[in-house]
Design a protein around this ligand. Structure first.
Ligand code: ADP
Length: 543
């Protein structure tokens, strides 16, 4: 090796070392190309540089970086070229053979018929050569870009004047190898950053999902999703709580399996798109043996229909009570008030036409109806106090037999003559714990009902079993259907409120009775079969 050659090799080594350092710093492939070009400019004169990559999966050569006569051309505007396997085309040959090419007779080369040649001007306009005229380039070097033994691209260095030599080719080859390593590194870095970002994003999405799931679990509304095939895919905690149906038995099956009425319920729930305001509908739902009122909305989504519901059973009950209250009270007040009004009008305007007896009868009627009015008011007042928890009861020893007898005696005068009441007290009943006045109030109400709705004889039987004192009030009336036996204890409930022959009443008597007895630690229930009369049983703890 001559001295000059040694010097040149040393210069080249230094150049490449410096290039490796500079190129290695770039983390973006595009910046690596630019730096490569900067380095190239300093050592090899040229008018154009094109860096292309070859993708063996689709057999296309794509331009990654193009610089033409001082201008960077937007590489994405240049069309990808198919690899020419027949050996035509200079880039294709470099890719196929993996060896560099150098021409100093480009103008003649491009006339060859085997390949297709393009000229790119500084504006990035691509023209096919030779149709578009002779190529502006006279000398060109084409160096393969290699990675792990395979050719992944080509770097073309072109000059419009002069020629290139082997030494320049050696420099370009060296720089291209450094560039290839740096691009690979930058791509790996970029991929790593992309994966990291994707992982962060995935984690964020998972967290968001989890949060949404937590929110769904925590919200007070029942929420469930029925997919396009009618299968339940989600059933949140509130839905479980409201219906008593757990997610495990509802999910992954049609909802009608758990809620037999679902088909007819679903048909009544209006569905809205996700953008519009949903309309709610309140429907009666029988779930796990409970009669509920649920207010539903249904929103169509990509996965199916999302339903949200709220348990409005209590509100609905309140509504029912309010309706019953107004109906009963207006009906119940009207009769005595009309009687009082009529009698007082007669006394005012026609008193002179009446006998003393007639006047007395009217006054008695006014007194009786006024007492009925005050009784209604008392019942309403007591009901309100019970609801507010304002009523206290005694827990004293009570001789229930005596209270039963006293109740019958108190009522006797008000009962029609054909109603007979028998009292039968077991000898060893003992004393109950409770409030004597309130027990009497309950018994008077039960006796009054037995006389009103039942048929004589009415019997009151007091006994003691296992430390519990029972008072049975039985009649021989029409009895109470099973479906009514719980409802008659509800506020304002009257089994047949609009029946013309139904005796008057507020529907509060049994409600008040049950609430009072409960407060004494006892209970009250009815045993009845229609046609065979009714027996109301009051149970009180022994004292
Ligand atoms: P009210 O007597 O003012 O209507 P209650 O609460 O005492 O109110 O009774 C509620 C309903 O229960 C009555 O309207 C009646 O339909 C039914 N009921 C109560 N006692 C009897 C009975 N002994 N036989 C048949 N039905 C009864």
């Amino acid at each position: 090796m001559t001295r000059r050659e040694i010097e040149r090799k040393a210069e080249l080594a230094e150049l490449l070392l410096d290039a490796a350092r500079q190129l290695g710093e770039s983390l973006e492939p595009e910046l690596v190309y630019e730096r490569f070009h900067e380095l190239l400019k300093a050592v090899v004169p040229h008018d154009g540089v094109v860096v292309s990559s070859y993708d063996e999966r689709d057999g296309l050569i794509r331009c990654d970086y193009a610089w033409v006569e001082g201008n960077i051309v937007d590489a994405s505007t240049l069309p990808p070229l198919p690899l020419n396997r027949e050996g035509g085309g200079m880039q294709s040959r470099v890719i196929l053979e993996g060896r560099p090419l150098m021409f100093n007779d480009v103008a003649e080369r491009v006339q060859e018929p085997e390949g297709t040649y393009y000229n790119v001007d500084r504006e990035g306009t691509v023209e096919k050569i030779p149709d578009a005229g002779p190529a502006g380039t006279t000398a060109a070097m084409m160096v393969p870009v290699k990675q792990e033994g395979g050719v992944v691209g080509v770097v073309q260095v072109m000059a419009d004047t002069g020629s290139y030599d082997e030494e320049q080719l050696e420099v370009v080859e060296g720089l291209v190898a450094q560039m290839a390593a740096a691009v690979r590194n930058a791509r790996l870095q970029k991929e790593r950053r992309r994966l990291e970002a994707a992982e962060v994003a995935a984690r964020a999405v998972a967290e968001e999902r989890q949060q949404a799931a937590n929110v769904l679990e925590a919200v007070g509304d029942g929420i469930f999703l029925v997919d396009r095939d009618g299968i339940v895919r989600l059933w949140n905690r509130a839905a479980e709580m409201a219906t008593g149906l757990v997610a495990a038995e509802v999910c992954n099956a049609p909802l009608s399996a758990a809620l037999p009425d679902w088909e007819s319920l679903a048909a009544r729930i209006p569905l809205t798109g996700s953008g519009s305001t949903p309309v709610s509908v309140t429907l009666p739902v029988a779930a796990s043996g409970n009669d509920l009122w649920l207010s539903f909305i249904g929103v169509r989504s990509a996965e199916g229909v999302v339903y949200a519901f709220r348990d409005v059973t209590n509100e609905q009950r309140l509504e029912d009570e309010k309706r019953d209250f107004i109906a009963t009270i207006s009906h119940e007040l009207r009769t005595p008030m009309a009687a009082v009004f009529g009698a007082s009008q007669t006394l005012l305007h026609r008193a002179d036409d009446l006998t003393a007896d007639g006047r007395r009868q009217l006054l008695e009627m006014i007194a009786a109806q006024a007492s009925r009015l005050s009784q209604i008011t008392e019942e309403i007042l007591l009901t309100t106090q019970l609801d507010r928890g304002d009523v206290t009861v005694d827990h004293q020893p009570v001789d229930v037999g005596a209270v039963a007898q006293a109740s019958v005696d108190a009522l006797r005068s008000q009962l029609p003559e054909d109603v007979s009441v028998e009292v039968d007290v077991d000898p060893d009943v003992g004393t109950a714990s409770g409030d004597a006045d309130r027990i009497q109030q309950v018994l008077v109400n039960l006796l009054d009902n037995a006389a009103k709705y039942g048929v004589s004889p009415v019997t009151v039987h007091v006994e003691q079993t296992n430390g519990v004192i029972q008072i049975h009030v039985a009649d021989r009336g029409p009895g109470i259907p099973l479906s009514e036996q719980e409802r008659i204890f509800e506020k304002f409930y009257r089994a047949d409120p609009h029946h013309t022959r139904t005796p008057s009443g507020t529907g509060l008597g049994l409600y008040i009775s049950r609430e009072l007895i409960r407060r004494m630690g006892g209970r009250i229930e009815v045993r009845s079969r229609p046609g065979t009369g009714s027996t109301f049983v009051v149970e009180l703890p022994s004292a």
